[in-house]
Design a protein around this ligand. Structure first.
Ligand code: ZN
Length: 121
C-alpha cells in the first residue's frame, strides 16, 4: 500500500447559518480564512511514471473554492459552509477521484487552533 498526502492553503470566505453560541456569533458575518486543507490518499499500484497519482491533480480539486465564497456554490446552498461540511465535500469528491485510490481522511484547519477531520471510519 502506498500513501501520499497533499496540502494546500485556500483563501475562501464563508458565512455560517444558525450558529447559536455567543462566542461564535462573529461567524454569522461574512468573513474569510486561509484554510489549510490536507488529504491522505492510498492505493496499491503505481502508474507508468512511478507515481500513485499526480499531486497537481489533487491540488486542482482542493483549490476549487480558492478566492471565492463557499455560500455561493451549489453544495453549500443545502449544507452549512462549516469546516466539517467542507471536509465531507472533499472526502466524497476524492473517494471517486481515480480508480484504485481511496481517500483515508481530509483534515481542514479553519484557524491555527481549530481543525476538523473527516475519515473513512
Ligand atoms: Zn469562519
Amino acid at each position: 500500500m502506498i500513501t501520499v498526502t497533499r496540502e494546500v492553503i485556500s483563501s475562501t470566505a464563508h458565512q455560517l447559518r444558525g450558529v447559536g453560541c455567543p462566542e461564535s456569533r462573529g461567524c454569522l458575518n461574512m468573513h474569510g480564512h486561509n484554510w489549510r486543507i490536507r488529504v491522505s490518499l492510498s492505493g496499491s499500484e503505481l502508474d507508468q511514471n512511478g507515481m500513485l497519482m499526480d499531486f497537481s491533480l489533487v491540488k486542482r480539486v482542493l483549490m476549487e473554492f480558492d478566492h471565492s465564497c463557499l455560500n455561493e456554490h451549489a453544495y453549500f446552498q443545502t449544507h452549512n459552509p462549516t469546516a466539517e461540511e467542507l471536509a465531507r465535500y472533499f472526502f466524497e469528491k476524492l473517494q471517486d477521484f481515480q480508480p484504485g485510490i481511496r481517500c483515508n481522511w481530509v483534515r481542514i484547519w479553519e484557524t491555527e487552533n481549530c481543525m476538523v477531520e473527516w475519515n473513512a471510519d
